[in-house]
Design a protein around this ligand. Sequence first.
Ligand SMILES: [Zn+2]
Length: 388
Amino acid sequence: MIELHPLVGHQDARDALIRARAAGKLPSALLVRGMRGVGKQRLALWLAQLQLCEAPTDEGPCGSCRPCRLALGLEHPDLHWYFPLPRPKGVAGDRLAEALEAARADALAEIREEPLKASLADEMQGLYLGLMQSLRRRAQSRPTMSDVQVFIIADAELLVPQESSPEAANAILKLLEEPPAATRIILTSSEPGRLLPTIRSRAVPLHLAPLSRDDVESFLATRCGVDDTTARWAASLGQGAIGRALGFLPDGDDLGPLESVRRDAFALLEAALSDGRGAAFAAALEQRSSGARRLIDLFAFLEDWLRDLAAVAAGAEDRLISRDARTRLRETVARLSLSPAAVTSAYPALEEARELARGNVNPQLIMTRMLTRIRRSLRAPAASTASA
Ligand SMILES: [Zn+2]
């Protein structure tokens, strides 16, 4: 049977959970928070295993009893892992819940096949009502083989916005308000601020800090079959999150999905800062005219690039995120005589763009406005010096 890779790091959180379990004080609902890719879902699966294990030790689940092996193979009948899925096309009503369950089974089969596959946030994915209703029904039934059944609801912030209706969130809310005795719920979120306050207030928060770069690097080197240089490079860009670092590793002959977005974001910055206005306009028009949520990854990288520009302008190159771009960043700072203050004055443009993207405004409009504002912030000081 294929097994999940081991949980890396987060020792403080593990110790606290092991003690709570031994004392019979694990909360019925937990909200695991922390940056994307830091291991929230992996920790949730570990905690589920801990609760299902027949012989847990001071260090966690035993790893060898039957429930442990079933949990590690994602085949334990009392471990239910829910995550955002694309909405099935051309299906409605009761058939929708069925189609979503089928899609979830397919997705789980894929994870068993390829547990370390990196992917991007997808604006078409959500925790749809049909899925949450089937979760609720299942929670009302008795556990199959253990004393408890554990439900993991990943990326719980996606309960709300997809359908502009609170029904999926309400289905979970009712469960959190009156959880059946044998039910444990673990929510995970990298954007807990976007959860409904009523949900947030009913789950005990547990924050996961970023991992050390060494932990990420050694995971990549031992588990992903990449050379040491690649492991070090991706670990550095991963900023303490294995799930993020994985996104930089090459996918066959292709760039990793995150590496490709990182490069796109750099190209946008260069377009915003180019001598003529045409490049920024052209870059804006290259965006698809719908699906603004996809832009959020792009904006996150653009923010990293601005931070890196500010670091170079401030002479703090030891703080660089993209160390591999040091030379080009230096050239940009020199060419535009950038000050750290000029760079930071561009952040509000990005913040606004992010909000607009969440509101699903046309990406071309968002992009035009943002690039123009960034250009104004970063190029204005140089232009006025030149004309003086
Ligand atoms: Zn066990």
